[in-house]
Design a protein around this ligand. Structure first.
Ligand code: SF4
Length: 624
């Protein structure tokens, strides 16, 4: 069935182009010539989802498979949801206007915790039973992947199947198995048994969670997890992530879909490498994407060339976790610039030094968009705790050079509530911002910009799975607020603007990040209370979430404010991302003592990734 959306309905909502598909570079296939129909669902609005590189990569990769068709669907904005419900129309895909419930697979990408209620809402709007246990052979298989899937448990009730790892690797095997199974008329459950044998696939229904007999220390009624065990003999004890070994061998979406409307980041995107050598102790991406795998400069150039030709974009973003660690970075930039002098090249994660500043100036063609530094903590002591390899001297040298080049905007990112944080560390944030302003004042008037704007942004530290700080207690709401207030009171300079995150939202994010199967009830209650688009401050409904916490019986102390013992069984312990729990604990202890771990290039810290991957840039021979 094809969903017909009346023009009058489209004209009654904001940005109708979000809902009509047909953009340049979309792929059309004949539905009678496919075996497997997959819908890639992004649980946020179109304008956000279309910036997501993973969407473009998977769309392109899956559509290369024989007899498989990948379409797209995004969370409808509230006005469109209301219109769909009023007209009794289901949520549909953008390529063929097929209702979600008619697909073979509906696949969600889990990028951030506060999008989880949108998943429930999209399932509901798509006519798919919310709970995995309520779905029949007539319903699609609901699959999820992405970074947050590494803790699959909070959504375990709603997802049939998880894909652990990088999407380019095993989808083809999964779809071949599905097509064969479908031909033979096999049941849904039989297929899930087959799927669970494929590397990287996790079927929550085949694993039982066993709890301890007594509540956890400091908690009233919630016991810790004693074990997570397979309930079938033919599924692995631990599900190991799958990863791309050779970045040049995989294909890349050099003909990305170009939206009709302005999206959040409207530009070409080129991934230059995956993984990170740095080892910041709070950073989940730095751990779960190990090891570092580079794309060759030649490939990047070839694909950048093809992408720019196919899109007409005048900006290309070279993405990675820490661009300075790409060995051919400056040659690459120069070659792109030589070939496309009018294309602006952006590097979202560039460390600022003399050379990079000169390049940034050259590449931005006079458009000085502002410098960004992420010291994360206000003092060197705390930066050592979190293993953030950036010193005050580096920041001040960077701004000194930038001010001499007449840059006039500096953004600084910090976290509040980091482990071992004291008042002195918070004060250090205000002091560092103050020193930056003094540096600007010290430059003679005629040699600096007319004015200066320093923006200090603080988010709250949230302990994440698969990081050394996964054992830490999260700061409670009242303390978050007090820290924020304290910092605000120490920032007096008019040239410094202070922005901060919502404290309750951060608490919830932490709860869901380290949640378990019992957290599913909270999500369900929150969704029933009308929660959706929770990462949008104007739509976030604190009261509805507080009521959901109350009615679901979730104990905040259990999930958020409790420091974990070394032997704690985490809800994600049956997932193997390569980095070992032993290594993470070692890093946690070193962190508390303020001992720095050198980056991988200086000395291997023996993180354990070599147990699952022999390729990538590793320096394990230095591991002593
Ligand atoms: S094995 Fe060593 S060099 Fe490789 S990612 Fe782990 S710590 Fe870094």
């Amino acid at each position: 069935m094809q969903v017909k959306i009346p023009d009058s309905l489209l004209l009654s909502v904001q940005k109708p182009a979000r809902y009509i598909g047909g953009e340049v570079n979309t792929i059309q296939k004949n539905l009678s010539e496919i075996d497997t129909h997959f819908c890639f669902c992004f649980p946020d609005v179109y304008d956000v989802g279309m910036c997501h590189m993973g969407l473009q990569i998977l769309y392109h990769t899956i559509n290369q498979y024989d007899r498989v068709y990948c379409e797209r669907c995004f969370a409808p904005w509230t006005d469109m949801e209301e219109a769909l419900r009023r007209h009794n129309l289901p949520l549909y895909s953008l390529e063929t206007f097929t209702p979600l419930k008619e697909f073979d697979f509906v696949g969600f990408t889990l990028q951030y915790e506060m999008s989880y209620t949108n998943i429930l809402n999209m399932l509901d709007l798509g006519g798919i039973p919310l709970m995995s246990k309520d779905r029949t052979d007539e319903d699609p298989l609901v699959i999820a992947g992405g970074p947050n899937a590494y803790n699959p448990e909070p959504l375990a009730d709603f997802i049939d199947l998880y894909y652990m790892g990088e999407g380019e690797v095993e989808y083809e095997t999964l779809f071949k198995a599905y097509a064969e199974h479908k031909k033979q008329g096999g049941s849904r459950r039989e297929f899930l048994k087959l799927a669970a044998q494929i590397p990287g696939m996790y079927v929550p229904a085949f694993y039982d969670v066993i709890y301890e007999d007594v509540p956890a220390a400091g908690c009233q009624y919630m016991p810790r997890i004693a074990a997570i065990r397979p309930n079938r003999p033919d599924v692995p004890e631990k599900v190991t992530k799958v990863l791309v070994e050779d970045m040049d061998a995989m294909s890349y979406p050099t003909k990305p879909i170009i939206p009709y409307l302005q999206i959040v980041h409207d530009r070409a995107v080129m991934e230059i490498f995956r993984g990170c050598i740095r080892g910041c102790r709070f950073c989940q991406a730095g751990m779960i994407y190990r090891p570092v795998r580079m794309r060759s400069k030649e490939k990047v150039l070839q694909w950048a060339d093809e992408t720019l030709k196919a899109t007409g974009y005048d900006e290309i973003s070279l993405t990675s976790l820490s661009s300075n660690d790409y060995p051919d970075l400056f040659d690459l930039l120069r070659e792109i610039h030589a070939k496309y002098p009018h294309v602006n090249v952006s590097l979202p994660s560039l460390r600022v030094d003399a050379f990079s500043l000169q390049l940034m100036e050259e590449l931005a063609q006079g458009r000085k968009s502002g410098l960004t530094f992420a010291p994360e903590a206000g003092t060197q002591r705390l930066r050592d705790v979190i293993n953030k390899g950036i010193t005050e001297e580096e920041v001040l040298n960077g701004v000194q050079l930038a001010f001499a080049g007449k840059w006039d905007r500096v953004k600084l990112y910090f976290m509040l509530g980091l482990p071992t944080e004291t008042e002195e560390d918070i004060l250090g944030i205000a002091e560092l911002a103050g020193k930056i302003v003094s540096h600007w004042h010290n430059i003679p008037k005629e040699e600096r910009s007319k004015d200066l704007k320093v923006t200090v942004s603080t988010s709250f530290f949230i302990p994440k799975p698969f990081t050394p700080f996964q054992w830490c207690a999260q700061t409670n709401y009242e303390d978050y607020m007090a820290k924020q207030k304290f910092l605000n009171s120490k920032i007096y300079n008019k040239k410094i603007q202070y922005n901060c995150h919502d404290a309750f939202l951060s608490t919830l994010e932490g709860l869901l990040a380290r949640g378990d199967r019992r957290t599913g009830k909270l999500l369900y209650e929150a969704w029933k209370n009308g929660c959706k688009f929770d990462s949008w401050s104007d739509l976030f409904d604190e009261d509805a979430w507080r009521r959901a916490i109350e009615s679901s019986g979730v104990e905040m102390n259990y999930y958020c404010y409790r420091e974990r013992e070394e032997d704690e069984v985490f809800p994600w312990d049956h997932i193997n991302v390569g980095v070992s729990k032993k290594f993470l604990y070692r890093e946690y202890e070193k962190g508390l003592q303020g001992i720095v771990t050198p980056n991988c290039r200086e000395k291997c810290a023996g993180c354990g990734i070599r147990q699952i991957s022999k390729t990538g840039v590793c320096y394990e021979e230095n591991c002593k």
